[in-house]
Design a binder for this molecule. Structure first.
Ligand SMILES: O=C(O)c1cc(C(=O)O)c2c(n1)C(=O)C(=O)c1cc(C(=O)O)[nH]c1-2
Length: 558
């Protein structure tokens, strides 16, 4: 079985990958250096595994590895256990999805969690399923909420002690955004913390769930009853930091997109919330885009790291700014642009942490004749300076490696009223590229200064995570099908391999029987082909797929 001590030590232990982010801090850093900048050019495929079936689409999963077994999830709520040395299948689990699921942005899953003898992951019909690691049999199954109301689940659960912490997906349907804690072994709910001001939290007392205080104040930063369907779904999951004992979750956009219907800050949408993992109480919250009008979900992980003897966390937000926060109290240290063009705000005020807006909100449709308000062009687009794909932090170089995208959008507002299970947007949009030669860019950001130390451009939008190692390497994938390794110090491309479909997964590395392995899933999909407007047309030629690729270095070169 997998113990909490092992999970909490995941980043240091090199023989396994036990948690999302290669550790609960999600730095995606490995101290391994057998594969390094000097020999990575010799990396070759050890095995490849096909997810099979007729179902493909986006493969965003981060695999986990324990005792020679890889646990990986795929599109359409599927999961596999595979021999991590040979690529041989051990079991496959195929969740029976009902008709009418409502995932907003492709049928993806970003990975599971290991706890004891269980492998736990979430499904597109908003369930959590715990499988026996050895047999793949279902041990428990819990429903998060009704998929017909727009709830779904795509993230990897966060493990803290005996519990798993999960958010929800469904922000585009006006769901109740919240973080939930369950006993990992039984699936039994321990607490629920809605993240929108006004909703009641719950906590377990014996056999009952009892009230545990209202989140914030009752709808104070929302007009009327708008908080009730305010969304703010923490759909990307969270991080846990043992030094502060806090769990950090990013919250999504407020619903509906039409911001004129909800004047006010709309707390705690587009925020980082720091939660006490035992009670679900919000210790602090920091909002990035008050009264968001551009779908700038604030779900990006706030990745804990230490610098100048301070405890910080960093988050590259969809709104184009790279935030460094004091992770003990949520005070902002800095916010600097990591994309070339930000037109919704002039800057983030250093003292208050609030944006100085640039007067670039779509017009209020109730003030114009007809249904459509004035359209504006804004950058970044709603798919963000950075979307869900995780960045990594290398304590050796002191740099964050951010998968960024350069694009803008035409956006306008329309009238809308809430209806359960229907999209709650009140907006129309069309994403546009900004430059001819590239959209994606991996950028090395210095959290001390906000300076971009180097960048690697990519023609298609980057939709894969980055991973970095003590071997001075950064790995990332491209929609064009490559897994690439670049030098962590200067971005120089050192190796690439064509996987046969777009890479929108999250690379990992581990060591087994003396070999260092690198793995990533391949399979083009995610939000870009569905919502990318003009950009989607540019990448129409990319082929779908579904596989895991594993690489190693010839023995004599290690
Ligand atoms: O508000 C939400 O609940 C929600 C959920 C998800 C998701 O679960 O995948 C995405 C988004 N929003 C979203 O805004 C978005 O851009 C997005 C991209 C992707 C993807 O996997 O490529 N998912 C999601």
């Amino acid at each position: 079985g997998v113990s909490w001590d092992e999970i909490n030590n995941d980043q240091q232990s090199t023989g396994d990958v036990l948690h999302n982010g290669m550790g609960t801090q999600t730095q995606r850093y490995s101290p391994l250096d057998k594969i390094n900048a000097d020999n990575v050019e010799h990396l070759y495929p050890a095995w490849s595994f096909s997810f099979g079936g007729e179902k493909q689409r986006g493969q965003e999963s981060q695999p986990l590895v324990k005792d020679g077994v890889m646990y990986v999830t795929g599109s359409y709520s599927r999961a596999w256990a595979i021999d991590s040395e040979t690529g041989e299948e051990i079991w496959q689990y195929e969740h029976r999805l009902p008709e009418g699921i409502l995932p907003c942005c492709d049928v993806v899953n970003r990975g599971g969690a290991l706890h004891g003898d269980l492998f736990i992951f979430g499904t597109l019909d908003a369930k959590l399923v715990a499988l026996d690691q050895e047999s793949g049999d279902v041990v428990w199954q819990e429903t998060i909420d009704n998929f017909k109301d727009g709830y779904s689940y795509t993230a990897a659960p966060l493990v803290v002690g005996d519990m798993i912490l999960t958010g929800v997906s469904g922000g585009e349907f006006g769901v109740i955004g919240r973080v939930e804690a369950r006993d990992a072994q039984s699936g039994k709910m321990q607490w629920v913390r809605p993240v929108v001001e006004g909703h009641m939290g719950k906590i377990r007392k014996g056999d009952k769930m009892v009230d545990n205080g209202i989140t914030g104040e009752r709808g104070k930063s929302w007009p009327g009853d708008m908080w009730k369907h305010g969304g703010a779904a923490p759909w990307l999951g969270g991080t846990y930091d043992d030094e502060t004992g806090l769990a950090y979750f990013g919250t999504g956009n407020p619903a509906p997109w039409n911001s004129h219907l909800r004047p006010g800050d709309n707390l705690y949408s587009t925020s980082i919330v720091a939660l006490n993992p035992k009670t679900g109480k919000i210790d602090w919250a920091f909002q990035k885009t008050p009264n968001d009008a551009w779908d700038y979900d604030g779900v990006n992980m706030c990745v804990p790291f230490n610098m100048d003897s301070g405890k910080y966390c960093a988050s590259a937000d969809r709104n184009g700014f790279f935030y460094v926060l004091d992770r003990t109290n949520g005070e902002m240290r800095s916010a600097s642009p990591f994309v070339s063009k930000i037109t919704w705000a002039e800057k983030i005020d250093e003292k208050t942490g609030r944006p100085v807006e640039a007067g670039n909100r779509p017009g209020d449709p109730s003030k114009t004749e007809g249904k459509k308000g004035e359209s504006v062009f804004v950058s970044p687009s709603f798919l963000g300076g950075k979307n869900w794909m995780p960045m990594s932090y290398n304590p050796k170089t002191g740099l964050f490696y951010v998968p960024a995208n350069e694009w803008g959008m035409d956006i306008w507002n329309e009238p809308i009223t809430y209806k359960a299970g229907a999209a709650f947007l009140g907006a129309g949009f069309n994403i546009q590229p900004l430059y001819e030669d590239y959209i994606g860019a991996v950028r090395a950001v210095d959290p001390k200064t906000g300076e971009i130390k180097w960048e690697v451009k990519n023609n298609a939008p980057l939709w894969s995570g980055t991973m970095t190692t003590a071997g001075n390497l950064v790995f990332f994938g491209t929609p064009e099908g490559y897994l690439k390794a670049v030098d962590a110090r200067n971005g120089k491309e050192l190796w690439k391999f064509q996987t046969g479909s777009g890479v929108v997964g999250q690379p990992i590395t581990w060591e087994q029987n003396g070999d260092q392995f690198v793995a990533v899933t391949s399979g083009w999909g995610g939000a870009v082909p569905l919502w990318g407007g003009e950009v989607a047309k540019r990448v129409k030629f990319l082929n779908q797929g579904g596989s895991v690729w594993v690489f190693k270095i010839p023995d004599e070169l290690q």
